[in-house]
Structure formats: C-alpha cells, structure tokens
Design a protein around this ligand. Structure first.
Ligand code: ASP
Ligand code: MG
Length: 318
C-alpha cells in the first residue's frame, strides 16, 4: 500500500468553499494512486463555541461530558467532507475515533493514545475508499469518548500515520509552514524549509502553536516525516524529519514579555552567533536574569521587557 495521511485544520474546513478546496487536494493525490487517510479538525471555531456553550450551562461540566460534546465537532467535518467527496464521484467513508480503532487512556480532555487497531481503516482502504477520520478523539477502556487536548488532531494524524506505516504525514492549515519567528509580529520572518524533530519540539515547547507537541514526539519515535503546508496555496512548506543540519540558528520564539528562546541544532557550538546575540543584548542594555544553554536551545530571561524591535535585531542575525 502507498498510504499518505493528510490532516486539515479548522480554518481549512470552516465552510463549504474551503471543504471544496480540501476535496480537490485529496482527489488530486488519490488520482496519483495513493491510499488516502484524511484527519480533520472541527470546522472553524466550533470547539471554542461548544466550550463556551457548555460554560453557560454549568461552571463545572464533567470532563466526560465535555469530551462527548467537543468530539461532535470533528464528526461533523468528517461527515461533511465524506458527503462532498461521494457527491463528486469518489468513494469516501467517515469514521469516528472509535470506529477508526483509536484507544486512549482514561484522562478525559487530555487523553493519550495507547493503541490503534488499524483493521477497519485497512479494510476500507483496500476497497479503494478515501478514509476520513475525526481527529482529536478516541475511546477509553469504558468505551467512553475521550479527547486529546486542544490542537490534538495533529497528534491523531501522526499517530495514525505511524500505525499505518504511512510514507508521509501532511499537516495542512492556513499557514504554509514554520517560520523563523512570528510572521504576524516580525515582517522579516522567513519560512524554515526543514527542521529536525528536536528543533520542532523546542519550538513548540516555547509556545509557538504550530503543531501539537505530542505529534512531534510520535513523529520522532516512529520516524514519520511531518510536512506542514498551506491548504490555500502550493508553496513548499516545512518538513520535520531526522535531518540534522549542524550549527544553524533556526528560530527565535518570544515566550512571554521577557523571555526569548533561540533554537537550532548544535547552537551551543555556534560561538559566533552566540557572541552576536550577546552584543545585541548589551547594546540594548537588557539585563539578563537567567541564561540557559542546551544542545539545541538558548533561552534567556530578561529583567526588562523585550520589545519587538529588539526581537527584530536578534532575528536579523539568523
Ligand atoms: N478541534 C480541536 C481544537 O480546536 C482539536 C484540533 O483542532 O486539533 O482544539
Ligand atoms: Mg492545530
């Protein structure tokens, strides 16, 4: 089998127009002879909306019931996409987490996938169907629905890719990849073509909400290349895999007002760049409270607030 896993985020499935774009992408890859498994998020801001509605009903809704509620969001997008693909003449089937064999522990609202029984998925793929799975959800030992924590559809996608030994796992969203810093704040931000799993983990740990952390860990463990791309253009994205490119600074993340992290494999040995960064810090009279260096990351806590201008200066040296 030639399985590829495609995951589409909430804004990629927000309405019928975007669902059509998603369907086109899927059909294109299906026509090339791939066996396609699609993982979807809930449409647009559905999850937020459901959470707020539950809060209006109760200040202490049970986690079990919240999972039953929130998991509905992903089921809606999966069913809608399947209806559309079938209408376009392609055989598709939507599956909930439990139908897809995704078993988790009992931690409602933040469950961890323990095992995936791929029998049903494989059966449908052999019938040449496009298999669409509701992301973010599974089932526990009591047959209760669980969810994997906010942003968890990424983790569903990579876990399914690992269980199916898929070639690649594509994560489609409204951004076309991982950037050197937040492109919404710093204009000069550039897309990073490739990152190692370790670098990506450092970047997500610093709070950049590009990918769900656990999906990167699973990708690393099972050696699944994760490719982040935009649904809405064909630009090359960012590939996260085993590649180790030494001594390059990849990304600068501002965790909060006074803390930045600079990520890159072997950054600790890139003395020149470290010196340049320290120069900028002293030129701008920033006072360092904490300075932590590891193989792949320098993280600095300042006494002062680091404004975007200084961030831009540090960014300019990478
Ligand atoms: N719908 C869920 C959320 O908004 C899961 C996801 O989109 O990955 O957090
Ligand atoms: Mg997400």
């Amino acid at each position: 089998m030639n399985i590829i896993v495609l995951k589409f985020g909430g804004s990629s499935v927000a309405n019928n127009e975007s669902l059509k774009i998603v369907a086109d992408k899927i059909i294109n890859l299906y026509e090339k002879g791939n066996d396609i498994v699609v993982i979807l998020s809930a449409q647009g801001k559905t999850t937020d909306k459901l959470i707020n509605e539950a809060k209006e009903l109760s200040k202490c809704a049970e986690n079990r019931e919240l999972d039953a509620l929130l998991s509905a969001g992903e089921q809606i997008s999966a069913a809608k996409l399947s209806i559309l693909l079938n209408d376009l003449g392609y055989n598709a089937i939507s599956l909930t987490g439990w139908q897809a064999g995704i078993y988790t522990n009992n931690t409602n609202q933040n469950a961890i996938i323990k095992q995936i029984d791929t029998e049903r998925i494989i059966h449908e793929l052999k019938l040449k169907k496009i298999v669409i799975i509701a992301g973010f959800q599974g089932i526990n030992e009591n047959m209760d629905i669980t969810t994997l924590g906010r942003g968890g559809s990424d983790t569903t996608a990579v876990a399914i890719a690992a269980a199916l030994k898929a070639k690649d796992c594509y994560i489609f969203s409204d951004v076309d990849g991982v950037y050197t810093t937040d492109p919404k704040k710093i204009q000069e931000a550039k897309k990073i073509p490739a990152l190692s799993y370790e670098e990506m983990l450092e970047i997500s740990n610093e709070g950049a909400k590009v990918l769900h952390n656990r999906c990167v860990e699973i990708g690393e463990k099972f050696k699944i290349p994760i490719i982040t791309k935009s649904t809405f253009n064909n630009k090359p994205g960012t590939i996260i895999s085993d590649i180790i490119e030494e001594n390059t600074v990849k990304s600068i993340v501002k965790k909060d007002l006074s803390r930045i992290a600079i990520v890159g494999n072997g950054i600790i040995r890139n003395i020149d760049k470290v010196k340049e960064i320290l120069n900028i810090i002293s030129e701008n009279k920033l006072e360092i409270l904490e300075f932590n260096v590891s193989e792949n990351k320098i993280s600095i806590l300042f006494k002062n607030i680091v404004d975007d201008e200084i961030l831009e200066k540090i960014h300019s040296i990478i």
